[in-house]
Design a protein around this ligand. Structure first.
Ligand code: EPZ
Length: 435
Protein backbone atom coordinates (compact mmCIF):
# COMPACT_ATOMS: atom_id res chain seq x y z
CA UNK A 1 0.00 0.00 0.00
CA UNK A 2 1.24 3.47 -0.85
CA UNK A 3 -0.20 5.73 1.85
CA UNK A 4 -0.23 9.50 1.87
CA UNK A 5 -0.44 10.71 5.45
CA UNK A 6 -2.30 13.65 6.89
CA UNK A 7 -5.96 12.79 6.36
CA UNK A 8 -8.05 12.34 9.52
CA UNK A 9 -10.01 9.09 9.34
CA UNK A 10 -13.72 9.82 9.62
CA UNK A 11 -16.88 7.81 9.16
CA UNK A 12 -18.54 4.61 10.28
CA UNK A 13 -17.29 1.04 9.99
CA UNK A 14 -18.51 -2.23 11.50
CA UNK A 15 -16.45 -4.77 13.37
CA UNK A 16 -17.32 -8.42 12.93
CA UNK A 17 -16.99 -11.44 15.23
CA UNK A 18 -13.71 -11.87 17.09
CA UNK A 19 -10.93 -13.75 15.33
CA UNK A 20 -9.97 -15.16 18.71
CA UNK A 21 -13.46 -16.60 19.28
CA UNK A 22 -14.72 -17.50 15.80
CA UNK A 23 -11.76 -19.75 15.02
CA UNK A 24 -12.18 -21.64 18.31
CA UNK A 25 -15.96 -21.87 17.90
CA UNK A 26 -15.27 -23.50 14.55
CA UNK A 27 -13.09 -26.13 16.21
CA UNK A 28 -15.89 -26.78 18.75
CA UNK A 29 -18.19 -27.89 15.90
CA UNK A 30 -16.14 -31.12 15.81
CA UNK A 31 -17.54 -32.02 19.24
CA UNK A 32 -21.20 -31.97 18.21
CA UNK A 33 -23.25 -34.88 16.93
CA UNK A 34 -25.39 -32.50 14.89
CA UNK A 35 -24.59 -29.45 12.71
CA UNK A 36 -23.69 -26.05 14.12
CA UNK A 37 -24.33 -22.52 12.89
CA UNK A 38 -21.94 -19.67 13.61
CA UNK A 39 -22.99 -16.12 12.77
CA UNK A 40 -20.95 -12.92 12.59
CA UNK A 41 -17.98 -14.85 11.17
CA UNK A 42 -15.22 -12.44 10.09
CA UNK A 43 -13.89 -12.65 6.54
CA UNK A 44 -10.25 -13.10 7.55
CA UNK A 45 -7.58 -15.55 6.51
CA UNK A 46 -7.29 -17.24 9.94
CA UNK A 47 -10.93 -18.32 9.57
CA UNK A 48 -10.17 -19.74 6.13
CA UNK A 49 -7.18 -21.71 7.50
CA UNK A 50 -9.35 -23.32 10.20
CA UNK A 51 -12.13 -24.00 7.66
CA UNK A 52 -9.54 -25.75 5.48
CA UNK A 53 -8.42 -27.96 8.36
CA UNK A 54 -12.00 -28.81 9.35
CA UNK A 55 -12.82 -29.72 5.75
CA UNK A 56 -9.78 -32.02 5.64
CA UNK A 57 -11.28 -33.83 8.63
CA UNK A 58 -14.60 -34.35 6.88
CA UNK A 59 -16.59 -31.39 8.26
CA UNK A 60 -18.96 -30.13 5.57
CA UNK A 61 -18.95 -26.33 5.56
CA UNK A 62 -21.55 -24.25 3.76
CA UNK A 63 -22.50 -20.57 3.86
CA UNK A 64 -25.93 -19.38 4.96
CA UNK A 65 -28.01 -16.66 3.35
CA UNK A 66 -25.80 -14.01 4.91
CA UNK A 67 -22.14 -14.23 3.99
CA UNK A 68 -21.16 -14.10 7.67
CA UNK A 69 -23.28 -17.16 8.59
CA UNK A 70 -21.44 -20.46 8.35
CA UNK A 71 -22.88 -23.96 8.74
CA UNK A 72 -20.75 -26.89 9.90
CA UNK A 73 -21.87 -30.50 9.53
CA UNK A 74 -19.57 -32.86 11.49
CA UNK A 75 -21.53 -36.08 10.68
CA UNK A 76 -18.64 -37.60 8.74
CA UNK A 77 -15.54 -36.61 10.68
CA UNK A 78 -12.59 -38.69 9.50
CA UNK A 79 -8.84 -39.00 9.83
CA UNK A 80 -7.09 -36.63 7.44
CA UNK A 81 -3.92 -37.40 5.48
CA UNK A 82 -0.83 -36.11 7.26
CA UNK A 83 0.52 -34.62 4.04
CA UNK A 84 -2.68 -32.59 3.58
CA UNK A 85 -2.56 -31.39 7.20
CA UNK A 86 1.11 -30.52 6.75
CA UNK A 87 0.15 -28.10 4.00
CA UNK A 88 -1.28 -25.94 6.81
CA UNK A 89 1.96 -25.96 8.80
CA UNK A 90 3.01 -22.53 9.98
CA UNK A 91 -0.24 -20.87 8.99
CA UNK A 92 -1.94 -20.40 12.37
CA UNK A 93 -1.88 -21.32 16.05
CA UNK A 94 -5.44 -22.65 16.13
CA UNK A 95 -4.58 -26.22 15.00
CA UNK A 96 -3.27 -26.99 18.52
CA UNK A 97 -6.90 -26.74 19.68
CA UNK A 98 -7.91 -29.64 17.44
CA UNK A 99 -6.21 -32.09 19.89
CA UNK A 100 -9.07 -32.79 22.32
CA UNK A 101 -11.93 -32.76 19.79
CA UNK A 102 -10.07 -35.08 17.38
CA UNK A 103 -9.06 -37.43 20.18
CA UNK A 104 -12.72 -37.64 21.24
CA UNK A 105 -14.01 -38.13 17.70
CA UNK A 106 -11.27 -40.28 16.19
CA UNK A 107 -9.03 -41.50 19.00
CA UNK A 108 -6.05 -39.85 17.32
CA UNK A 109 -4.85 -36.45 16.20
CA UNK A 110 -2.02 -35.06 14.13
CA UNK A 111 -1.23 -31.38 14.61
CA UNK A 112 1.05 -29.57 12.14
CA UNK A 113 3.76 -27.13 13.17
CA UNK A 114 2.09 -23.97 14.40
CA UNK A 115 2.24 -20.48 12.95
CA UNK A 116 0.94 -17.17 14.27
CA UNK A 117 2.71 -13.91 15.01
CA UNK A 118 6.39 -13.99 16.02
CA UNK A 119 6.05 -12.05 19.25
CA UNK A 120 7.90 -14.41 21.59
CA UNK A 121 8.68 -18.11 21.91
CA UNK A 122 5.00 -19.02 22.24
CA UNK A 123 5.57 -22.53 23.65
CA UNK A 124 2.74 -25.07 23.94
CA UNK A 125 3.93 -26.82 27.12
CA UNK A 126 0.77 -25.89 29.09
CA UNK A 127 -1.35 -27.44 26.33
CA UNK A 128 0.61 -30.68 26.16
CA UNK A 129 0.90 -31.04 29.95
CA UNK A 130 -2.89 -30.60 30.27
CA UNK A 131 -3.59 -33.13 27.51
CA UNK A 132 -1.32 -35.65 29.25
CA UNK A 133 -3.32 -35.08 32.47
CA UNK A 134 -6.43 -36.15 30.55
CA UNK A 135 -4.63 -39.32 29.48
CA UNK A 136 -3.40 -38.36 26.03
CA UNK A 137 -0.13 -39.79 24.78
CA UNK A 138 1.84 -37.12 22.98
CA UNK A 139 4.57 -37.85 20.47
CA UNK A 140 6.58 -35.04 18.96
CA UNK A 141 7.43 -35.70 15.33
CA UNK A 142 9.77 -33.68 13.10
CA UNK A 143 6.77 -32.21 11.28
CA UNK A 144 4.24 -31.81 14.11
CA UNK A 145 2.65 -33.63 17.03
CA UNK A 146 0.89 -36.94 17.05
CA UNK A 147 -1.59 -37.77 19.84
CA UNK A 148 -3.49 -40.86 20.90
CA UNK A 149 -5.65 -41.74 23.89
CA UNK A 150 -5.35 -45.51 24.38
CA UNK A 151 -7.51 -45.46 27.52
CA UNK A 152 -9.83 -42.64 26.58
CA UNK A 153 -9.76 -39.15 28.06
CA UNK A 154 -10.58 -38.74 31.74
CA UNK A 155 -11.35 -35.60 33.77
CA UNK A 156 -8.32 -34.06 35.47
CA UNK A 157 -7.20 -31.56 38.11
CA UNK A 158 -5.17 -28.95 36.32
CA UNK A 159 -3.54 -25.76 37.49
CA UNK A 160 -2.11 -23.58 34.75
CA UNK A 161 1.22 -21.87 35.54
CA UNK A 162 -0.21 -18.73 33.89
CA UNK A 163 -3.80 -17.93 32.80
CA UNK A 164 -3.09 -18.81 29.17
CA UNK A 165 -5.95 -18.18 26.77
CA UNK A 166 -5.09 -21.06 24.47
CA UNK A 167 -4.40 -23.59 27.25
CA UNK A 168 -7.72 -22.72 28.93
CA UNK A 169 -9.51 -23.34 25.63
CA UNK A 170 -7.59 -26.58 25.20
CA UNK A 171 -8.82 -27.79 28.60
CA UNK A 172 -12.43 -26.72 27.90
CA UNK A 173 -12.56 -28.39 24.48
CA UNK A 174 -11.13 -31.59 25.96
CA UNK A 175 -12.91 -31.72 29.32
CA UNK A 176 -16.47 -31.35 28.03
CA UNK A 177 -16.50 -34.92 26.67
CA UNK A 178 -13.93 -36.44 29.04
CA UNK A 179 -15.14 -38.98 31.58
CA UNK A 180 -15.73 -37.41 35.00
CA UNK A 181 -15.03 -33.95 36.39
CA UNK A 182 -12.26 -31.54 35.51
CA UNK A 183 -11.15 -28.71 37.76
CA UNK A 184 -9.14 -26.03 36.03
CA UNK A 185 -7.35 -23.51 38.25
CA UNK A 186 -5.69 -20.25 37.20
CA UNK A 187 -7.84 -20.24 34.07
CA UNK A 188 -7.98 -17.36 31.60
CA UNK A 189 -11.32 -15.54 31.70
CA UNK A 190 -11.13 -13.37 28.57
CA UNK A 191 -14.55 -12.47 27.10
CA UNK A 192 -13.80 -14.73 24.11
CA UNK A 193 -13.38 -17.64 26.54
CA UNK A 194 -16.70 -16.85 28.21
CA UNK A 195 -18.27 -16.79 24.74
CA UNK A 196 -16.74 -20.20 24.00
CA UNK A 197 -18.16 -21.51 27.28
CA UNK A 198 -21.59 -20.17 26.22
CA UNK A 199 -21.26 -22.09 22.96
CA UNK A 200 -20.26 -25.29 24.76
CA UNK A 201 -23.18 -24.86 27.16
CA UNK A 202 -25.53 -24.54 24.18
CA UNK A 203 -24.05 -27.82 22.94
CA UNK A 204 -24.98 -29.58 26.19
CA UNK A 205 -21.80 -29.16 28.24
CA UNK A 206 -21.85 -28.58 31.99
CA UNK A 207 -19.33 -25.89 32.85
CA UNK A 208 -19.38 -23.70 35.92
CA UNK A 209 -17.33 -20.60 36.54
CA UNK A 210 -16.16 -20.52 40.14
CA UNK A 211 -14.51 -17.63 41.97
CA UNK A 212 -10.78 -16.97 41.57
CA UNK A 213 -10.18 -18.24 38.06
CA UNK A 214 -11.50 -21.75 38.74
CA UNK A 215 -13.60 -23.53 36.12
CA UNK A 216 -15.37 -26.83 36.82
CA UNK A 217 -16.38 -29.04 33.91
CA UNK A 218 -18.51 -32.16 34.28
CA UNK A 219 -17.92 -34.40 31.31
CA UNK A 220 -21.02 -35.53 29.37
CA UNK A 221 -21.48 -38.45 26.97
CA UNK A 222 -22.36 -36.44 23.93
CA UNK A 223 -22.87 -32.92 22.65
CA UNK A 224 -25.11 -31.49 19.95
CA UNK A 225 -24.49 -28.66 17.50
CA UNK A 226 -24.96 -24.98 18.39
CA UNK A 227 -26.38 -21.79 16.90
CA UNK A 228 -24.41 -18.76 18.01
CA UNK A 229 -23.48 -15.21 17.12
CA UNK A 230 -19.78 -14.62 17.74
CA UNK A 231 -18.81 -11.88 20.19
CA UNK A 232 -17.38 -8.76 18.49
CA UNK A 233 -13.65 -8.34 17.94
CA UNK A 234 -12.27 -6.25 20.81
CA UNK A 235 -8.87 -6.01 19.17
CA UNK A 236 -10.21 -4.73 15.89
CA UNK A 237 -12.34 -2.21 17.80
CA UNK A 238 -9.37 -0.90 19.79
CA UNK A 239 -7.31 -0.64 16.60
CA UNK A 240 -9.85 1.61 14.86
CA UNK A 241 -10.27 3.65 18.04
CA UNK A 242 -6.49 4.22 18.13
CA UNK A 243 -6.57 5.14 14.42
CA UNK A 244 -9.19 7.81 15.14
CA UNK A 245 -7.03 9.26 17.91
CA UNK A 246 -3.72 9.21 16.04
CA UNK A 247 -5.13 10.71 12.82
CA UNK A 248 -7.19 13.33 14.72
CA UNK A 249 -10.24 11.68 13.24
CA UNK A 250 -13.71 10.58 14.29
CA UNK A 251 -14.76 6.95 13.79
CA UNK A 252 -18.02 5.28 14.76
CA UNK A 253 -17.15 1.63 15.30
CA UNK A 254 -20.35 -0.35 14.93
CA UNK A 255 -20.91 -3.65 16.72
CA UNK A 256 -18.76 -2.76 19.76
CA UNK A 257 -19.98 -3.12 23.34
CA UNK A 258 -18.78 -1.07 26.28
CA UNK A 259 -18.52 -3.87 28.81
CA UNK A 260 -15.68 -5.74 27.13
CA UNK A 261 -13.88 -2.47 26.27
CA UNK A 262 -13.92 -0.85 29.74
CA UNK A 263 -10.21 -1.11 30.43
CA UNK A 264 -9.36 0.20 26.98
CA UNK A 265 -11.84 3.07 27.30
CA UNK A 266 -10.21 4.21 30.55
CA UNK A 267 -6.81 4.35 28.89
CA UNK A 268 -8.31 6.11 25.85
CA UNK A 269 -9.79 8.79 28.07
CA UNK A 270 -6.54 9.23 30.02
CA UNK A 271 -4.61 9.77 26.78
CA UNK A 272 -7.09 12.48 25.83
CA UNK A 273 -9.36 10.63 23.39
CA UNK A 274 -13.11 10.97 23.63
CA UNK A 275 -15.86 8.41 23.06
CA UNK A 276 -19.61 8.09 23.14
CA UNK A 277 -21.24 4.76 23.86
CA UNK A 278 -24.32 3.90 21.76
CA UNK A 279 -26.47 0.77 21.68
CA UNK A 280 -25.02 -0.25 18.31
CA UNK A 281 -21.40 0.77 18.76
CA UNK A 282 -18.99 3.34 20.11
CA UNK A 283 -17.91 6.63 18.51
CA UNK A 284 -14.21 7.42 19.07
CA UNK A 285 -12.63 10.77 18.30
CA UNK A 286 -9.81 13.21 18.96
CA UNK A 287 -11.42 16.18 20.70
CA UNK A 288 -8.55 18.59 19.92
CA UNK A 289 -5.80 19.81 22.23
CA UNK A 290 -2.74 17.89 23.34
CA UNK A 291 -2.75 14.14 23.92
CA UNK A 292 -1.43 13.15 27.36
CA UNK A 293 1.23 10.54 28.22
CA UNK A 294 0.22 7.38 30.11
CA UNK A 295 1.74 4.37 31.82
CA UNK A 296 0.19 1.05 30.91
CA UNK A 297 0.86 -2.55 31.84
CA UNK A 298 -0.53 -5.16 29.53
CA UNK A 299 -2.13 -8.09 31.32
CA UNK A 300 -4.63 -10.89 31.18
CA UNK A 301 -8.33 -9.98 31.36
CA UNK A 302 -9.63 -7.79 32.91
CA UNK A 303 -6.32 -5.97 32.44
CA UNK A 304 -5.18 -4.03 29.41
CA UNK A 305 -4.86 -6.52 26.53
CA UNK A 306 -1.45 -7.03 24.98
CA UNK A 307 -3.09 -6.74 21.53
CA UNK A 308 -4.21 -3.20 22.27
CA UNK A 309 -0.79 -1.71 22.92
CA UNK A 310 0.59 -1.61 19.36
CA UNK A 311 -2.03 0.66 17.77
CA UNK A 312 -2.16 2.87 20.88
CA UNK A 313 1.63 3.34 20.82
CA UNK A 314 1.27 5.22 17.51
CA UNK A 315 -1.12 7.70 19.14
CA UNK A 316 1.31 8.01 22.09
CA UNK A 317 4.08 9.21 19.73
CA UNK A 318 1.86 12.30 19.39
CA UNK A 319 1.25 12.76 23.15
CA UNK A 320 2.93 15.59 24.97
CA UNK A 321 5.37 13.84 27.32
CA UNK A 322 6.76 10.41 28.12
CA UNK A 323 4.59 7.30 28.12
CA UNK A 324 5.64 3.84 29.26
CA UNK A 325 4.17 0.53 28.16
CA UNK A 326 5.13 -2.54 30.20
CA UNK A 327 4.48 -5.66 28.13
CA UNK A 328 3.93 -8.54 30.55
CA UNK A 329 2.21 -11.12 28.35
CA UNK A 330 4.75 -11.67 25.57
CA UNK A 331 8.50 -11.35 25.78
CA UNK A 332 9.05 -9.80 22.38
CA UNK A 333 6.19 -7.59 21.33
CA UNK A 334 7.86 -4.28 20.56
CA UNK A 335 9.57 -5.24 17.30
CA UNK A 336 7.10 -3.04 15.46
CA UNK A 337 8.53 0.09 17.12
CA UNK A 338 11.69 -0.04 14.92
CA UNK A 339 9.65 1.12 11.93
CA UNK A 340 8.01 3.87 13.99
CA UNK A 341 11.47 5.13 15.00
CA UNK A 342 12.52 5.14 11.35
CA UNK A 343 9.54 7.39 10.76
CA UNK A 344 10.72 9.81 13.44
CA UNK A 345 9.24 8.46 16.68
CA UNK A 346 11.29 8.44 19.89
CA UNK A 347 10.70 4.99 21.37
CA UNK A 348 13.27 3.24 23.52
CA UNK A 349 12.66 -0.43 24.17
CA UNK A 350 14.05 -1.93 27.39
CA UNK A 351 14.30 -5.66 26.65
CA UNK A 352 14.54 -6.61 30.34
CA UNK A 353 11.84 -4.27 31.53
CA UNK A 354 11.93 -1.32 33.90
CA UNK A 355 11.26 -1.41 37.61
CA UNK A 356 10.13 2.12 38.29
CA UNK A 357 8.54 3.27 41.50
CA UNK A 358 4.77 3.04 41.29
CA UNK A 359 4.99 -0.08 39.19
CA UNK A 360 2.82 -3.00 40.16
CA UNK A 361 4.58 -6.17 41.22
CA UNK A 362 6.57 -7.70 38.43
CA UNK A 363 4.57 -10.73 37.41
CA UNK A 364 6.79 -12.73 35.12
CA UNK A 365 10.45 -13.38 34.55
CA UNK A 366 10.40 -11.82 31.14
CA UNK A 367 9.11 -8.34 30.58
CA UNK A 368 9.74 -5.63 28.07
CA UNK A 369 9.06 -1.95 28.39
CA UNK A 370 8.78 0.73 25.73
CA UNK A 371 9.31 4.38 26.64
CA UNK A 372 7.69 6.71 24.14
CA UNK A 373 8.57 10.39 24.19
CA UNK A 374 6.39 12.75 22.21
CA UNK A 375 5.18 14.58 20.41
CA UNK A 376 7.25 13.64 17.39
CA UNK A 377 6.06 14.42 13.88
CA UNK A 378 6.31 11.28 11.74
CA UNK A 379 7.66 11.26 8.19
CA UNK A 380 6.94 8.74 5.47
CA UNK A 381 9.06 5.59 5.15
CA UNK A 382 9.03 2.19 3.47
CA UNK A 383 8.06 -0.39 6.07
CA UNK A 384 7.57 -4.14 6.01
CA UNK A 385 4.78 -5.42 8.24
CA UNK A 386 6.22 -7.80 10.89
CA UNK A 387 3.05 -9.17 12.53
CA UNK A 388 -0.70 -8.66 12.75
CA UNK A 389 -1.14 -5.93 15.37
CA UNK A 390 2.24 -4.34 14.67
CA UNK A 391 1.23 -4.21 11.01
CA UNK A 392 -1.97 -2.34 11.75
CA UNK A 393 0.03 0.14 13.83
CA UNK A 394 2.29 0.72 10.82
CA UNK A 395 -0.76 1.54 8.73
CA UNK A 396 -1.86 4.10 11.31
CA UNK A 397 1.66 5.57 11.47
CA UNK A 398 1.69 5.95 7.67
CA UNK A 399 -1.71 7.66 7.87
CA UNK A 400 -0.25 10.42 10.05
CA UNK A 401 3.23 10.65 8.50
CA UNK A 402 4.14 13.50 6.23
CA UNK A 403 4.66 12.23 2.68
CA UNK A 404 4.07 8.88 0.98
CA UNK A 405 4.87 5.65 2.82
CA UNK A 406 5.07 2.24 1.25
CA UNK A 407 3.75 -0.48 3.56
CA UNK A 408 4.47 -3.98 2.27
CA UNK A 409 3.66 -7.51 3.43
CA UNK A 410 0.17 -6.32 4.35
CA UNK A 411 -1.24 -9.81 3.75
CA UNK A 412 -0.50 -10.52 7.42
CA UNK A 413 -3.01 -7.84 8.41
CA UNK A 414 -5.74 -9.73 6.55
CA UNK A 415 -5.25 -12.57 9.06
CA UNK A 416 -7.20 -10.59 11.61
CA UNK A 417 -8.72 -7.42 10.12
CA UNK A 418 -11.73 -8.03 7.93
CA UNK A 419 -11.85 -5.96 4.73
CA UNK A 420 -9.47 -3.41 6.20
CA UNK A 421 -8.65 -1.89 2.82
CA UNK A 422 -12.33 -1.27 2.11
CA UNK A 423 -12.80 0.12 5.63
CA UNK A 424 -9.86 2.51 5.20
CA UNK A 425 -11.42 3.70 1.94
CA UNK A 426 -14.75 4.27 3.69
CA UNK A 427 -12.96 6.38 6.30
CA UNK A 428 -11.40 8.59 3.65
CA UNK A 429 -7.78 7.38 3.85
CA UNK A 430 -5.55 8.53 1.01
CA UNK A 431 -3.80 5.46 -0.43
CA UNK A 432 -3.19 3.29 -3.46
CA UNK A 433 -3.23 -0.46 -3.10
CA UNK A 434 -1.40 -2.75 -5.50
CA UNK A 435 -2.41 -6.38 -4.97
C1 EPZ B 1 -4.24 -15.66 22.41
O1 EPZ B 1 -2.99 -16.25 22.16
C2 EPZ B 1 -4.54 -14.78 21.23
N1 EPZ B 1 -4.51 -15.61 20.03
C3 EPZ B 1 -3.53 -13.67 21.14
O2 EPZ B 1 -3.89 -12.82 20.08
C4 EPZ B 1 -3.54 -12.87 22.44
O3 EPZ B 1 -2.52 -11.91 22.38
C5 EPZ B 1 -3.29 -13.82 23.62
O4 EPZ B 1 -4.26 -14.89 23.60
C6 EPZ B 1 -3.42 -13.09 24.95
O5 EPZ B 1 -4.70 -12.52 25.09
C7 EPZ B 1 -5.54 -16.35 19.73
O6 EPZ B 1 -6.56 -16.38 20.43
C8 EPZ B 1 -5.46 -17.11 18.46
P1 EPZ B 1 -1.69 -17.30 25.70
P2 EPZ B 1 -2.51 -17.52 22.97
O7 EPZ B 1 -1.64 -18.79 25.68
O8 EPZ B 1 -3.66 -18.32 23.38
C9 EPZ B 1 2.68 -18.26 27.43
C10 EPZ B 1 -3.59 -11.59 18.12
O9 EPZ B 1 -2.84 -10.67 17.67
N2 EPZ B 1 2.39 -19.69 27.22
O10 EPZ B 1 -2.65 -16.64 26.61
O11 EPZ B 1 -1.42 -18.16 22.20
C11 EPZ B 1 2.84 -17.52 26.10
O12 EPZ B 1 4.12 -17.72 25.53
C12 EPZ B 1 -3.01 -12.69 18.97
O13 EPZ B 1 -4.79 -11.68 17.86
C13 EPZ B 1 3.32 -20.63 27.62
O14 EPZ B 1 4.37 -20.31 28.17
O15 EPZ B 1 -1.88 -16.76 24.24
C14 EPZ B 1 2.55 -16.10 26.48
O16 EPZ B 1 3.70 -15.52 27.03
C15 EPZ B 1 -1.54 -12.58 19.21
N3 EPZ B 1 3.03 -21.96 27.39
C16 EPZ B 1 1.48 -16.27 27.58
O17 EPZ B 1 1.59 -17.62 28.04
C17 EPZ B 1 1.87 -22.37 26.78
O18 EPZ B 1 1.67 -23.59 26.60
C18 EPZ B 1 0.06 -16.00 27.13
O19 EPZ B 1 -0.23 -16.79 26.00
C19 EPZ B 1 0.93 -21.38 26.39
C20 EPZ B 1 1.21 -20.04 26.62
Amino acid sequence: MIIKGGTPLKGRIEVRGAKNLATKAMVATLLGKTPSVLRNVPNISDVRVVAGLLALHGVLITKGEDADEWHFDPSNVEVAHKADIDAHAGSSRIPILFCGPLLHRLGEAFIPDLGGCRIGDRPIDFHLDALREFGAVVEKLPSGISLTAPNGLKGANIELPYPSVGATEQVLLTAVLAEGQTELRNAAIEPEIIDLICILQKMGAIISMEPNRVILIEGVDELRGYDHKAIFDRNEAASWAAAALATKGDIFVGGVRQEEMMTFLNAYRKVGGDFDVHDDGIRFWHPGGDLKPVTIETDVHPGFMTDWQQPLVVALTQANGTSTIHETVYENRFGFTDALNTMGANIVVHPNGLSEAGRRVKRREFEQAAVITGPTPLTAADVVVPDLRGGFSHLIAAMIAEGESKVSNIGIIARGYENFIEKLRLLGADFVFEA
